[in-house]
Ligand binder design. Structure first.
Ligand SMILES: Cc1cc2nc3c(=O)[nH]c(=O)nc-3n(C[C@H](O)[C@H](O)[C@H](O)COP(=O)(O)O)c2cc1C
Length: 246
């Protein structure tokens, strides 16, 4: 067997848990926990989303939407409403209570992700890259440039359908949030956690007449470069395109 394949398989196994008590973990050493969300400038203009208790979308039966869920790569020209986008963001990352509880689980409650969006077709929002604030349930506009949807699709190994979507979700990992607790065990946890995000996005999208496609095929450095991140302490881990379906 190729050495690298063996190494990668080992990454998926849970053998290191035997050494849990001996791991030199920052949490065990008493290092204070890192912030659970990324900061934003004090003077940033925050864009309101629709709060959970005012959402009128997303009431389809779970049984029905699980049956109809599939990866959808054909999107209509119809825009998502701000309410629909609010629901998708709430379903994937919003902090539900004062504590760090969200609609998705996360190993050790670490929630090591940030959510960025490329908004292409959403009512009342200009095109461009935005960041979601999960505690405030608000957005920050970051920037726009011509044909960003096409450029992102190119950086996702030229998967052209991505450029036609209404929104591209771009999730980054901030690995230290999990490493602080799990040290060398963190990385498998982060990969497992990422799956929950996207599954909730699939289900929430179906429930508002939209479709999602998970995107794992992308060029790391090219996609990182669309966001103001260092590629080490924060890097893109997963994307998903979302759009209204006929
Ligand atoms: C981790 C992951 C990465 C994926 N990456 C891509 C991708 O880059 N492009 C794509 O078109 N589909 C991608 N998919 C979607 C799969 O192709 C799809 O889930 C699979 O074919 C099963 O089809 P279904 O989702 O309709 O049941 C990905 C799915 C997962 C879970």
């Amino acid at each position: 067997m190729k050495k690298q394949i063996k190494m990668q398989r080992n990454f998926l196994k849970a053998e290191k848990w035997i050494k849990w008590d001996d791991l030199d973990r920052d949490q065990k050493k008493g290092v204070s926990a890192p912030p659970m969300t990324k900061d934003y400038p004090e003077d940033a203009e925050l864009i309101d989303l629709i709060p959970y208790d005012q959402l009128k979308v997303g009431d389809s039966s779970l049984k029905k939407i699980m049956k109809q869920r599939k990866s959808r790569r054909k999107y209509s020209d119809q825009k998502l409403s701000l309410e629909e986008l609010s629901f998708l963001l709430w379903s994937t990352q919003a902090v539900k209570e004062n504590r760090n509880k969200r609609a998705v689980p996360s190993a050790g409650d670490r929630h090591p992700f940030e959510t960025y969006l490329y908004i292409n077709k959403v009512e009342n929002l200009n095109k461009g890259i935005y960041r979601y604030l999960p505690v405030e349930h608000k957005l920050i506009f970051i920037y726009n440039e011509d044909d960003l949807n096409v450029k992102i699709a190119e950086a996702c190994r030229k998967q052209k359908f991505i450029a036609d979507s209404a929104v591209i979700f771009i999730w980054t990992a901030v690995p230290y949030r999990s490493e602080w607790r799990y040290d060398v065990l963190a990385h498998k946890m982060i990969a497992l956690d990422a799956g929950h995000l996207c599954q909730n996005l699939y289900l929430a999208s179906e429930s508002v007449g939209a479709g999602t496609c998970a995107i794992g095929a992308y060029y790391q450095q090219q996609v990182d470069a669309f966001l103001d991140i260092d590629g080490e302490e924060e890097f893109v881990i997963y994307l998903a395109s979302v759009g209204k379906i006929e």
